[in-house]
Design a protein around this ligand. Structure first.
Ligand code: SRM
Ligand code: SF4
Length: 565
């Protein structure tokens, strides 16, 4: 037998960290804006990443100055649920500690950017005062649990919200390191000796994501999670949960053994077994996931290496009983939840689009001020969606007119004035904050959407519901491989083009072009749109059409652009 591969450096770091403490306290107290690589890696578990401003890095290097370091701080909130008070507190922190913006993430969380090291502890403590946490928002643990966001006041949605909140709380690390480091909790007598019953001393091999959805609303792309849970109901009665395992989108260019994958339905657990079932899946990944190569450490690779039969049998060992096969489930749908909707309790919610999830005041559109005023004045409790949008909930019928007038007065673009393409588009932050970005995303989101909108309009498809996801690198943070069109950064100004996913998030897209200039994206898609307008069948979506035609036929259609590129 060949010797087992050596654990990666991060594994050794976790093990020696005394349950995630490391030297963080001393490093945060030291002067300077930077931390060591070890502290950088451990701080992730506490919800923060050191970053630097990539716009100024080269110039500063030429001047012999250090990079402009600051921290991204990520707040977790299961199912994107916030109270009005929490939202207003976060909004205030964006000015006090951040860069004046709040960013809704594709996992229904919030990120602050631009927090300097000296403010890190105070900002995290202030977030905790709102009864929210940054603990385990990043790192090799269970991240923010996403959930079908629509605030419908019925048994189905109430149960899903409650399940997401229960799992999120139950799966937090037991270590008190976070509380000692950021909340001034008295240190344990014997540092780092507390039990960590679920995770153990080295936590998980990699990040672990859980989403829970009802089939009628898959706007969170539940199958892109390590564990996608589909809650099944008969009327208002919960029947149980289908567990789909092994979703994940990250891949590395030029490493064929890394790839996006949608979760595979593996088993069914009853209404009372949710937590036990989830803990069994976590234990499976904890004990068998790859701890030597972080690029191959997600659950998806374990499933593909060992097979589904092995995974199910091993899972049953942890679960302590045989697991039933997944139950038949209705097809996934993605309803429109922006605009006005009745909640079912006499109140209404208004879904407001947030381009790239960035809540900011920008030119004539004072979105941040408008949301702050609407939440403060009308007591709306926000819900953040996995499509980077915000739902203002619990509004009385009489508030509808005034809320809408307030938003319009601030220049906010409401959903009905957007094209479907703009409404269903996502973009990751990329430059200048993301250290992994190979190309722009958020900052070129609007012009790319505008160019593609124009191409659609030219063939009469301006009103077509097509999803577009744009990322600055192949890691997949805006889920580019799960929508109709994926645009993935390859190098500055150039993108790989993916098509053929479906709108409901049940099929991965495929790569049509490896490296295409930003200006050539819309011209490359134009002949595909023309063919779609002419040849589509019935209610076929754009991604379905692309899959039916297949790579070769589509490549022939875009050949003139390829030749020019
Ligand atoms: Fe992500 C790393 C932003 C959702 C896959 N992601 C990063 C980092 C932290 C970059 C880094 O490691 O230095 C990015 C910070 C950028 C910045 O400046 O803020 C980052 N990811 C985001 C967010 C903010 C994107 C957004 O547009 O909202 C999302 C935060 C979600 C949250 O609240 O927790 C975000 N990331 C995702 C998703 C989508 C999802 O989970 O639904 C994915 C694809 C699904 C998956 O996990 O496979 C995703 N992010 C990654 C990966 C690839 C992981 C892999 O298995 O290879 C990385 C890189 C890594 O982990 O090494 C990454
Ligand atoms: Fe950064 Fe890449 Fe994620 Fe975009 S997809 S935020 S560029 S890691």
């Amino acid at each position: 037998m060949p010797p087992a591969p050596a654990p990666s450096g991060v594994e050794r770091l976790k093990e020696a960290s005394r349950f995630l403490r490391g030297e963080i306290a001393a490093e945060l107290a030291a002067p300077g804006r930077e931390v060591s690589e070890d502290a950088y890696n451990l701080l992730k578990f506490h919800g923060t990443y050191e970053q630097h401003d990539r716009d100024t890095a080269t110039e500063r290097k030429q001047r012999g100055e250090e990079k402009e370091f600051s921290f991204m701080v990520r707040v977790r909130m299961p199912g994107g649920m916030l109270t009005a008070g929490q939202y207003l507190a976060l909004d205030a922190l964006a000015d006090r500690y951040g860069n004046g913006t709040l960013r809704i993430t594709t996992r229904e969380g919030v990120q602050f950017h631009g927090v300097i090291k000296q403010d890190l502890k105070a900002s995290i403590a202030a977030i905790n005062q709102t009864l929210l946490t940054t603990q385990a928002a990043c790192g090799d643990v269970v991240r923010n649990v996403t959930a079908t966001p629509a605030p419908r006041r019925d048994a189905v949605h109430a149960r899903i919200r409650a399940d997401a909140a229960m799992l999120s709380a139950a799966l937090l690390p037991a270590s008190r390191a976070y509380h000692e480091l950021f909340l001034d909790e008295a240190a344990q007598a014997e540092l780092g000796t507390e039990p960590e019953p679920l995770y153990g001393p080295t936590y998980l091999p990699r990040k672990f994501k859980i989403g829970i959805a009802a089939p009628e609303d898959n706007s969170i792309d539940v199958l892109t999670n390590d564990l996608g849970i589909v809650a099944l109901f008969e009327g208002e009665r919960l029947v149980g949960y289908n567990f789909a395992l092994g979703g994940g989108l990250g891949m590395t260019h030029n490493r064929k053994d890394t790839y996006p994958r949608l979760a595979t339905p593996l088993c069914f657990v009853g209404p009372d077994d949710l937590r036990r079932g989830v803990e069994a899946v976590i234990a499976l990944q904890r004990d068998f996931g790859d701890r030597s190569d972080r690029r191959r450490a997600r659950l998806k690779y374990l499933l593909d290496e060992r097979g589904l039969d092995w995974a199910k049998a091993t899972l049953e060992g942890y679960f302590g009983a045989p697991l039933a096969p997944p139950r038949p489930q209705p097809s996934f749908e993605i309803p429109e939840i922006l605009g006005w909707h009745a909640q079912g309790d006499g109140k209404f919610w208004l879904g407001v689009p947030v381009p790239s999830g960035r809540i900011e005041d920008r030119g004539d559109c004072r979105l941040r001020s408008a949301l702050r005023a609407a939440v403060a004045r009308f007591g709306a409790d926000p819900v953040l969606t996995g499509q980077q949008d915000i739902l203002l909930t619990n509004l009385a019928p009489a508030d509808r007119g005034p809320v809408e007038a307030l938003l319009r007065d601030h220049g906010v673009v409401l959903a009905e004035t957007l094209t479907p393409l703009a409404r269903w588009s996502l973009a990751c932050p990329a430059l200048p904050t993301c250290g992994l970005a190979l190309a722009e995303a958020e900052r070129v989101h609007r012009p790319i959407v505008a160019a593609i909108e124009a191409a659609l309009a030219r063939v009469g498809l301006a009103g077509e519901r097509i999803s577009l996801r744009l990322t600055g690198c192949p890691n997949g943070c805006a889920r580019p491989y799960a929508g109709d069109i994926g645009i993935v950064g390859r190098m500055p100004g150039h993108y790989a083009l993916y098509v053929g996913g479906d709108f409901a998030g049940t099929r991965l897209s495929f790569k049509l072009h490896d490296k295409i200039a930003e200006a050539d994206l819309a011209p490359a898609l134009a002949p595909l749109f023309a063919a779609f307008a002419e040849q589509r069948c019935d209610d076929e979506g754009f991604g379905d059409f692309c899959t039916r035609l297949g790579t070769e036929a589509l490549r022939d259609l875009i050949a003139p652009v390829q030749d020019a590129a």
